[in-house]
Ligand binder design. Structure first.
Ligand SMILES: Cc1ncc(COP(=O)(O)O)c(C=O)c1O
Length: 388
């Protein structure tokens, strides 16, 4: 039994989630339910593997060992029914750095890149900071869930001459676990117009039954020809600070272009602790992950019940995966600045402003529920207090 209820004091541990809020908001005592890491300790076998590596004492340059490739292949096969060859697996320090490399590898300055709106904020940043043209495709809401607007998407692909799409699968901030048939329809459209798909699948293990995650490249035998997959164990197992991620590229031409970009940027050597943590998580993490998902699901139910009884003006999008909840505060009729001010200065609670996920995120906030119940309940009371 894993103790997810234990509240650890993360203040003054040099962690972004707790220790950067004073600098960001200029206030002490704020409760952070924002940045996407978890207030839980990593799985014991992972911590032991990291300690053992540190105890070797000599921490020189280190390539990815064969045993790590095997652990990744085994995990992908068992959890996602995805068979991946060793040669198709590359490493990098993070999914976001790989997004940037992919843009450099597959497009030219000025090319148009499409992303969903709303979506994880660094998608827009990497496109713009690489001097590509950012185009956003707004998600629609159907039965309180995001769905893709494929008709508009097709028009945008043609009108803007889109070269590349960055897909968030599963979706952050909406928690949508795109179904195989949704991905198939989306992928056929991309294939029709020669649009390359970069599929960010970092949340792939955080899925609540009966929803099923599907690797985009694995939807259809042809999809691997025009897509690459970015993923990691760091989100599922709370190892973000160890900086390790994988890129799966089955198409040899796409792989060569990515490797060239990595070499140009000297981004092909990774932190030894990242390799070790990832392998230990994949080899020994099944039960921990199973218990984590039960706990996260309970937290999501806690939020839903609290909002229904205590704060019915706030509408939540019930996530099918991830530990993130998209909250709609539009009933209060506040501007984004007012909404943020009330949460921070009145409620003393930090959520991610929805507007940072794209224009359609206005009057929304993203809540991170990967924390002990005690912390979450305190956070919910603070959210309520913000509007009293
Ligand atoms: C969709 C998505 N991609 C990437 C990342 C970050 O990945 P990394 O730390 O490997 O750069 C996050 C973190 O929250 C995320 O939600």
């Amino acid at each position: 039994m894993v103790e997810f209820d234990t509240v650890y004091n993360r203040r003054n541990t040099n962690c972004s989630k707790w220790d950067s809020i004073k600098d960001t908001y200029g206030e002490d005592g704020l409760l952070p339910l924002w940045i996407a890491d978890m207030d839980f300790k990593a799985n014991t076998p992972v911590l032991e593997a990291l300690k053992k590596t540190a105890e070797q004492g000599i921490l020189g340059y280190s390539p990815a060992p064969d045993s790590l490739y095997e652990a990744i292949q085994d995990w992908q096969k068992r959890h996602h029914d995805y068979s991946i060859s060793k040669e198709a697996i590359l490493f990098n320090s993070g999914v976001v750095p790989s997004l940037s490399l992919a843009i450099q590898a597959y497009t030219e300055p000025g090319d148009a890149v499409l992303i969903h709106d709303p979506v994880y904020p660094p998608f827009a940043k990497v496109v713009e900071q690489n001097n590509r043209k950012l185009v956003r495709s707004q998600l629609l809401i159907d039965q309180e869930h995001f769905i893709m607007d494929l008709d508009t998407l097709e028009k945008q692909i043609v009108a803007e001459n889109i070269r590349l799409f960055i897909l968030c699968n599963p979706h952050n901030p909406g928690g949508r676990v795109w179904t195989k048939s949704e991905l198939e329809a989306f992928g056929k459209l991309c294939a029709k117009y020669d649009v390359l798909v970069i599929s960010d699948e970092i949340h792939q293990d955080l899925i609540f039954a009966p929803n099923v995650f599907t690797t985009f490249s694995n939807v259809h035998s042809t999809f691997k020809d025009f897509s690459i997959t970015l993923t990691a164990a760091t989100k599922s197992f709370n190892l973000a600070g160890t900086k390790n991620s994988m890129i799966f590229i089955e198409n040899p031409d796409l792989r060569k272009k990515f490797i060239d970009a990595q070499e140009r940027n000297f981004q092909n050597e990774i932190n030894i602790f990242g390799y070790v943590g990832t392998e230990a998580a994949y080899r020994h993490g099944d039960n921990w992950l199973k218990e984590l998902l039960i706990y996260l699901n309970e937290n999501i139910v806690t939020v839903s019940e609290f909002l229904k009884s205590e704060l019915p003006e706030v509408k939540m999008m019930c996530p099918e995966g991830t530990y993130l909840i998209w909250l709609d505060f539009s009933a209060f009729g506040l501007t984004d600045a007012q909404l943020q001010k009330q949460l921070i200065h009145k409620g003393k609670v930090v959520l991610n402003p929805g507007i940072s996920f794209g224009p359609s995120g206005t009057q929304h906030m993203r809540l991170n529920v990967a924390c002990p119940k005690e912390t979450l309940i305190e956070g919910l009371h603070r959210i309520k207090l913000s509007f009293e």
